[in-house]
Design a protein around this ligand. Structure first.
Ligand SMILES: *Cc1c(COP(=O)(O)O)cnc(C)c1O
Length: 384
């Protein structure tokens, strides 16, 4: 084992989620799988493969290095769109390979023209316009210049899409802001269309907006978290479920993270376990050592309260989470042996460490826990 723990992704669960989302949005809306952040911790190459097998042909990444991984892995010539940053050295590669990219300011628009001239290919663009999030996005004051640069360089540019991003569609608290953004978006798209810049596709919705604001789905939705089996927020899940007869969660979480027992010890009453004095045995105990710690993305906040599964039983972490190890209590479990599987997230027999319980214990968002799973953990796709 190259890493002390491993992550397994079950293809069937991913197929299930893709099918659920496709039936939700219908045939007239395209589905782009968002695979930024190492595909939400699931591993970019694994997930490009999994999504292709599930029938996805459109991917959204954040950066050009991520686009390279997706491009090198893909086997069905999908559309790849860079929503964020392109390294200066990557522009030519991007344009040559028909990788589409967001233009969020005039500087990137000018680079698109310049590098298109150098490569002899058209740059395929999505105009990312400011609608109220105030993060990236072409500002209103630059629209006139953008229009004139585009219309005088039609040999070098093709406007594939006009897009924007909502500032928090996962929470009803932002309702007014989201509604306002959507109406600003429609108005600004019209401005471009009135100036002969007519995009092939309009898109703005991510997972939360796809669920909470169905009229924002337009031509394409960019779905990340839902495809992996998690809801953007509990509120979004409740909002979805409350309109349905069937009350069970329609998504499958496909990620399973496990490690193994590397040592077993007996502890006398009164002994302290691990660093310092955060845990003192109140009775004779038996403990196991598991080689996973905060350097593996296993948060220190799980010290003395996180759980793992051994032999199908939920057991508690004792003492603090170390950089590379945790210690767990197996006093009441028989026959644990060195090498036995320890499940950190996922199921074992009838028991499960659910991601949301993990997230609650951790005080983290699903998004953050997933994206923090280190890249160097072995990941594999289980196709059966
Ligand atoms: C991350 C991201 C998405 C996907 O968000 P989810 O909530 O995971 O669906 C969509 N669009 C943009 C611009 C993003 O950065």
């Amino acid at each position: 084992m190259a890493s002390t723990s491993k992550i397994t992704i079950k293809l069937n669960d991913i197929k299930h989620n893709v099918n659920f989302l496709k039936s939700l949005i219908g045939d007239s809306v395209r589905l782009s799988a968002v695979i930024k952040g190492n595909a939400y911790g699931h591993g970019t190459s694994n997930m490009v493969r999994a999504f292709e097998l599930a029938g996805i042909n459109h991917f959204s990444v954040y950066s050009s290095p991520e686009a390279r991984v997706a491009f090198d892995t893909q086997s069905s010539d999908p559309t790849i769109v860079i929503m964020g940053f392109i390294c200066e050295n990557d522009y030519k590669w991007v344009i040559k390979n028909n990788i589409e990219f967001y233009v969020s300011n005039l500087d990137v628009l000018e680079k698109a023209v310049q590098y298109s001239k150098e490569t002899g290919n058209k740059a395929l663009l999505h105009l990312d316009i400011e609608t109220g999030m105030n993060r990236t996005g072409i500002a209103n004051k630059d629209f006139k210049n953008a229009v004139s640069i585009i219309n005088s360089n039609l040999d070098y540019l093709e406007i594939i899409g006009i897009t924007s991003h909502f500032a928090g569609a996962e929470s009803i608290a932002n309702h007014t802001r989201i509604k306002k953004q959507f109406s600003v978006y429609k108005k600004r798209v019209k401005y471009f269309e009135n100036n002969n810049i007519v995009p092939k596709i309009k898109h703005i919705a991510s997972s939360a907006a796809t669920i909470n604001y169905p009229d924002t789905r337009l031509d394409l939705v960019r779905i990340g978290i839902l495809l992996y089996g998690y809801w953007p927020t509990r509120e979004t899940f409740i909002n979805y479920i409350h309109r349905r007869k069937e009350k069970s969660d329609p998504l499958n979480r496909s990620l399973r993270w496990c490690s193994s027992v590397i040592a077993i010890k007996n502890i006398d009453i009164g002994d302290f376990i691990g660093y310092g004095m955060s845990f003192q045995a109140q009775h004779k105990m038996k403990i196991i050592i598991v080689p996973v710690g905060y350097s593996d993305g296993y948060s220190r906040s799980l010290s003395n309260n996180g759980h793992v599964l051994v032999k199908g039983m939920k057991i508690i972490i004792v003492g603090s989470v170390n950089m590379n190890m945790i210690i767990c209590d197996i006093t009441n479990i028989e026959n644990v042996r060195i090498g036995d599987e320890v499940v950190l997230i996922g199921n074992q027999g009838e028991s499960e460490i659910s991601f949301s319980s993990f997230a609650n214990m951790n005080n983290l968002l699903n998004y953050e826990i997933l994206a923090r799973l280190p890249q160097n953990i072995d990941r594999n796709l289980k196709e059966l």
